[in-house]
Design a protein around this ligand. Structure first.
Ligand SMILES: Cc1cc2nc3c(=O)[nH]c(=O)nc-3n(C[C@H](O)[C@H](O)[C@H](O)COP(=O)(O)OP(=O)(O)OC[C@H]3O[C@@H](n4cnc5c(N)ncnc54)[C@H](O)[C@@H]3O)c2cc1C
Length: 263
């Protein structure tokens, strides 16, 4: 048996080559709302890539046992040539990444994955986009909305812990943004909105990012009401559903690959 060459980059899920991690230095920390901290970091990001709006990276922060632990965050903004990366951390979990962000200050360092993946690109011809997401999907929702061209009819329903955590969002002209405060179980408002959605023949895509159990409920409901997974060939009038868990109740570091396939 031959051992891997030292120069060989580690491989991730599905045998994909992982690019070497980078280290960036915190340049600015901003409390955007009571529960959202923006961290702007600088460093050598030459060749670093993020494949589209809502793409996620891994951050490595001190864990409970002395070593570093990995968590998933969204690229809010980056400029590879200018060496800048901005990530927004929600202050709602009780975990190492949230603790790191709550205490972050300029000069701190942060290790990040070699690239970001999993961005959202609407299909050509899509005329309506419906977004359902919670507090920790807010950075993804913001970047997706910003990327949509005028002419796309965009609707977003965002559940946040309290309405004081609303932020300004850019989007295509006429974007319809609904903010709703958590009431009862997290994500409950999103399920109610999903159940009220109606679809016409318009070419529609639905993007969902929230707690794992809530995502499954929404997914189940929409699939039972004509939505299709993006892997299926497009059918006229059937909305394409892109659903992903952003976290899971009582679970640390929930998988970023959870699209509810096991449901
Ligand atoms: C693709 C993707 C992109 C993401 N982008 C962002 C982002 O840009 N900003 C952001 O804030 N989060 C984002 N998240 C969510 C983030 O990865 C999780 O919230 C993560 O678990 C936080 O890490 P932690 O170390 O603070 O808590 P963990 O150690 O992972 O969890 C500790 C405890 O907190 C609970 N918990 C975790 N997350 C939440 C939450 N959101 N609300 C309430 N309780 C929670 C867990 O159930 C667990 O009990 C993203 C997740 C995915 C999959």
């Amino acid at each position: 048996m031959t051992s891997p060459q030292p120069s060989e980059a580690p491989r991730g899920r599905g045998g994909r080559q992982r690019l070497p991690r980078r280290r960036v230095t915190v340049a600015e920390v901003t409390a955007v709302t009571p529960r959202l901290v923006r961290v702007r970091a600088e460093g050598d990001l030459t060749g670093w890539t993020a494949d589209g709006p809502g793409a996620h990276l891994k951050v490595f922060v001190p864990g409970p046992d002395g070593g570093n632990v990995m968590r998933t965050y969204t690229v809010r903004h980056f400029d590879a040539d200018g060496g800048e990366l901005t990530v927004e951390f929600g202050i709602h979990a009780d975990g190492p990444a949230t603790r790191w962000a709550s205490a972050a200050s300029p000069g701190d360092t942060l290790e990040i994955s070699g690239q970001a993946r999993g961005g959202f690109f609407p299909r050509a011809g899509t005329s309506r986009i419906v977004i359902l997401g919670d507090h920790c999907a807010l950075p993804a929702i913001a970047t997706i909305l910003e990327s949509l061209p005028d002419g796309i009819r965009a609707e977003a329903v965002i559940e946040i812990v309290g309405l004081e955590d609303r932020i300004d969002l850019d989007g295509p002209v006429g974007a319809d943004i609904t903010w709703t405060a958590e009431s009862g179980r997290p994500g409950g408002q999103l399920v109610a909105f999903a159940e009220d959605l109606t679809f016409s023949d318009e070419s529609t895509e639905v993007w969902v990012g929230c707690e794992a159990g809530v995502m499954r409920e929404i997914r189940r409901h929409l699939l039972a009401n004509g939505a299709q997974l993006p892997s299926a060939p497009p059918v006229a009038g059937a909305p394409a559903l892109h659903a992903r868990a952003y976290w899971k109740l009582n679970t640390a570091n929930h998988s970023d690959h959870d699209t509810g396939e096991d449901d």
